[in-house]
Ligand binder design. Structure first.
Ligand code: ZN
Length: 91
């Protein structure tokens, strides 16, 4: 009897099994959560917000008011120009 031979085959089987089920392609699944956490850490005045050609508010990326125009600007610059925070997206 050579028990080592069977141990090797068993390990190989386990390895192949794990390899087959560990190839799920989801590397970007947690991106929104990490960006929210980063926003809370960094200095708010240096955050990039977005203004429109017509509005008097600044917005977060993805706000529905940015559908017509979207101009990236630093929060402190937007406030210096008289823009106010949007009440919908709360940047
Ligand atoms: Zn908004």
């Amino acid at each position: 009897m050579k028990p080592h031979k069977w141990t090797g085959i068993l390990l190989l089987a386990v390895f192949l099994f794990c390899f087959a089920f560990s190839s799920s392609p989801a590397p970007t699944a947690c991106q929104p959560a990490t960006s929210v956490a980063a926003d809370q850490k960094q200095d708010k005045s240096e955050e990039t917000v977005y203004i429109t050609n017509t509005g008097k508010k600044y917005h977060r990326d993805g706000c529905r008011f940015l559908s017509k125009s979207k101009i990236a600007i630093k929060r402190k610059d937007a406030e210096a120009k008289g823009y106010e925070a949007c009440k919908v997206c709360k940047p």
